[in-house]
Design a binder for this molecule. Structure first.
Ligand code: PEP
Length: 257
């Protein structure tokens, strides 16, 4: 499609779901259906499930990510996990700046940038989430909000390091609401994100960077979204909790790119 060489990434975000037992059951089931994929497949799992998820998927191409990491290497940050801790566990990916982290745990563009730099320093690859609220969309300031989120998140991230960064565009009003952005709305913002990256780096970097769409993506709406030129995959919450549903999205993605 569209002559792009970017490989799709279909990523699940389990949020605060699944115990260890449920994680084992999920991967037993998921991998009984499929182990090898024509697209990249990744799951962002709770910290407590990381080790089990990594072990369960070690003979497959499934990638496992943490849902956050702190920006300090160690110290008095009760409840937090460092990038180094993830790395030592064998975890190579981390999700950063999810809107739920911003909304409920006071994370800001600035702390997302600090976390990103800490993750990249440890050699982790990161999925960085950006997205506007419904109010911002209604106020017609989506483009400005996204541009600031991108610029701040990527501040002092070098051209070499950006290779390890995936951007997920997640309009907040579409997350967990069942109401996805239209393909036009999603493509419009993803294209503008690519332009921002081009301004910050260059067009080669912009063309290589993966930009995902997230917000109520499911089997019924994934095809039209994934067919858009600047959408390189999905970050999927609710529909990633059931293997059959998630696999349907993977199947659609495999047929498109
Ligand atoms: C998410 O958790 O990032 C997400 C997009 O959730 P949902 O697919 O449930 O809207």
């Amino acid at each position: 499609m569209q002559g792009t060489k970017r490989r799709f990434l279909i990523a699940g975000n389990w949020k605060m779901n699944k115990t260890l037992k449920e994680t084992e059951e999920f991967f037993d089931m998921f991998m009984s259906f499929k182990k090898d994929f024509g697209v990249d497949v990744l799951f962002c799992v709770p910290f407590t499930d990381l080790k089990t998820a990594l072990e369960k998927t070690k003979d497959s191409k499934i990638k496992i990510a943490a849902q956050n990491c702190h920006f300090e290497e160690k110290g008095a940050f009760t409840g937090e996990i460092s990038a180094n801790m993830l790395k030592e566990l064998g975890c190579r990916y981390v999700l950063l700046g999810h809107s739920e982290r911003r909304q409920y745990f006071n994370e800001t563009d600035l702390t997302v940038n600090l976390r990103l730099k800490a993750a990249l320093k440890e050699g982790l690859k990161a999925i960085v989430c950006v997205g506007e609220t419904l109010e911002q969309r209604k106020d017609n300031i989506t483009d400005e909000v996204i541009a600031i989120q991108i610029k701040t998140a990527l501040k002092d991230v070098s051209k070499a390091e950006i290779d390890g960064v995936v951007i997920a565009y997640e309009p907040i009003w579409a997350i967990g609401t069942g109401e996805n952005a239209t393909k036009e709305q999603a493509e419009d913002v993803c294209k503008k994100i690519r332009k921002e990256i081009e301004k910050l780096y260059d067009s080669e970097v912009a063309q290589k960077t993966l930009i995902l769409y997230g917000g109520s993506m499911k089997p019924a709406n994934c095809e039209e979204l994934l067919k858009e030129e600047d959408i390189d995959g999905g970050l999927i919450g609710g529909a990633s909790l059931k293997s059959e549903e998630f696999l349907k999205i993977v199947d659609v993605a495999e047929k498109i790119r």
